[in-house]
Unconditional design. Structure first.
Length: 75
């Protein structure tokens, strides 16, 4: 199975090792944002994607999740 973003070999949640790690970080940090800003998952993903301090892997994951319904899995 290939990563749904970059076509490398997928390991977890349909992502390669690098995108899977970025996905895990995005999911973990959402709880902090949610408490601080009372923000929805999809709004959070938009903020992650447009933040200039967000890493490239995380931006790609956020943009992918926005395009593919933005569903949060694992939490």
């Amino acid at each position: 199975m290939k990563c749904s973003i970059c076509q490398r070999e997928a390991l977890h949640n349909g992502f390669c090792e690098l995108h899977a790690k970025a996905y895990e970080n995005i999911v973990k940090k959402y709880e902090f944002w949610k408490k601080a800003l009372n923000i929805s998952w999809k709004e959070y993903l938009r903020e992650v994607a447009k933040n200039p301090f967000t890493g490239e892997w995380a931006k790609e994951v956020a943009e992918h999740l926005i395009k593919t319904s933005g569903e949060q899995s694992g939490t």
